[in-house]
Design a protein around this ligand. Structure first.
Ligand code: SF4
Length: 431
């Protein structure tokens, strides 16, 4: 979500004529988009802000924005007290405020593009030196072929270990017209794959003024039909919001990527209940079965948390056994952190105990992923190249061309899978 937010913020600035740069020295404005899920991420943001003191001294006319989740959690007062040189603090709940802050800058029409470079060199005197916004705006995947579209913000669930609802607020949904217009714009810019984003993306439901509602499956269907689009993906759905309508739309629209990242967090019902996830292991497995019923080739990946307070060895083994039972193609595995837990519960395990479980879980994931990748050898897959060196199958497996072959970014190609190299497939284009 943060990466999508960075891209959106970058677009707002760019729409006013700002340009991106990798050079801090050349930057007239800097935006630090912060994350607070892990202590390390928050520490990194804090130290980055500290390092910008020098830049601000050298560029007193430059603008420094601190935005996002850590900004929301720490608060404007704390950040401005600790770093008085920060110009604006915008928390994750009010990211749209950045738009309102921009008009303070001179507007583009006064400074046509051909004049921009010289104008930037003015620091005093003239009424309006045009600041140039040049943050490193990361993009995921790092490819012009693929683009994010945020369809909702915040989350209305209350998982016990999660800080997102506190820093991003209740779920709110963007209007379908707005989403589809953004999708069309990104396709016109060259995107072949769109990734719809939201914390519980499949909870999407938008009621228009006339009372007519657009559900998540209805939105998927409309987006999948956009001309020029090769693939549609979405991230991350929540087990609570799957419906029969979703499975029907998923089955009938092969443009919707055959890959679903479906966070489970634990394989133990006891721990799922303590986490307030709202489903059981059996319910989760039922959803996985329905995904595969709708699309037998579909890959499912997940997130796990190890060492949640109260997690016994038996609970942990339930997570281990779920990997094979659900057939996860991949899993992101995290250690429980009390800093994002609203009750701040102490874990029962010490750091070494957490590490030990994490390693066992990762080893099981790796074993399972390896078997799933190997099972793809010999198949013909439709691959969407993101660069000359790699592309992805509909099930989101990375495919690299055999030595000597090159791919054409954005052009769907059929490839025969000939092997597995590290965590990727190897293949050759076929007619
Ligand atoms: S972990 Fe739970 S509370 Fe946090 S964003 Fe996901 S669904 Fe919402």
């Amino acid at each position: 979500m943060n990466e999508a937010d960075s891209e959106r913020i970058g677009r707002s600035f760019a729409a006013r004529g700002f340009e991106l740069t990798d050079s801090l020295k050349a930057a007239d404005a800097v935006v630090i988009n912060t994350c607070t899920v892990r202590q390390r991420a928050e520490d990194k943001a804090i130290s980055q802000i500290g390092r910008l003191r020098k830049w601000k001294l050298a560029r007193p006319d430059g603008k420094l924005f601190v935005v996002g989740c850590a900004a929301e959690k720490l608060g404007r007062k704390y950040i401005r007290n600790r770093f008085p040189f920060v110009d604006e603090v915008v928390g994750a709940k009010s990211l749209d405020k950045i738009e309102a802050l921009l008009p303070d800058f001179p507007t583009l029409p006064d400074f046509p593009p051909e004049n921009r470079h010289s104008v930037q060199k003015h620091t005093t005197g003239q009424p309006s030196p045009l600041p140039t916004f040049r943050p490193p705006t990361p993009r995921l995947p790092d490819s012009p072929v693929s683009a994010f579209i945020t369809i909702m913000r915040g989350c209305s669930l209350k998982c016990s270990y999660c800080i997102v609802p506190a820093v991003r607020g209740e779920a709110s949904y963007l209007a379908p017209e707005e989403i589809l217009a953004e999708a069309e714009a990104k396709i016109a810019e060259g995107a072949k794959e769109l990734i719809l984003l939201g914390q519980t993306v499949n909870s999407y439901r938008y009621e228009g003024k006339d009372g007519a509602a657009v559900s998540f499956p209805a939105l998927l269907k409309m987006a999948a039909a956009l001309p020029g689009l090769a693939r549609l993906r979405f991230m991350s759905p929540h087990p609570l919001f799957f419906t029969d309508e979703f499975f029907r739309v998923f089955r009938e629209n092969p443009r919707i990527g055959r890959y679903i990242h479906l966070p489970v967090q634990s394989g133990s019902d006891r721990i799922l209940k303590a986490m307030r996830r709202g489903y059981t292991r059996a319910r989760y497995l039922d959803i996985v079965a329905k995904i595969r019923e709708a699309a037998p080739d579909a890959a499912v990946s997940t997130d796990f948390i190890v060492g949640y307070p109260g997690e016994t060895e038996a609970d942990f083994r339930e997570s281990l056994s779920l990997i094979g039972e659900a057939g996860f193609s991949f899993a992101y595995c995290f250690k429980y952190s009390r800093r994002t837990d609203e009750r701040g519960l102490e874990p029962d395990l010490d750091e070494a105990g957490m590490d030990e479980r994490l390693e066992r879980l990762l080893a099981e994931v790796k074993k399972n992923s390896g078997a799933i990748l190997n099972a793809r050898i010999g198949r013909i897959e439709e691959v969407l190249p993101e660069s000359r060196d790699f592309g992805r199958t509909s099930a989101n497996f990375v495919v690299r061309p055999e030595r000597g072959a090159e791919l054409e970014p954005g052009a769907l190609v059929r490839m025969e899978i000939t092997g597995v190299v590290r965590n990727a497939l190897k293949g050759r284009p076929v007619p």
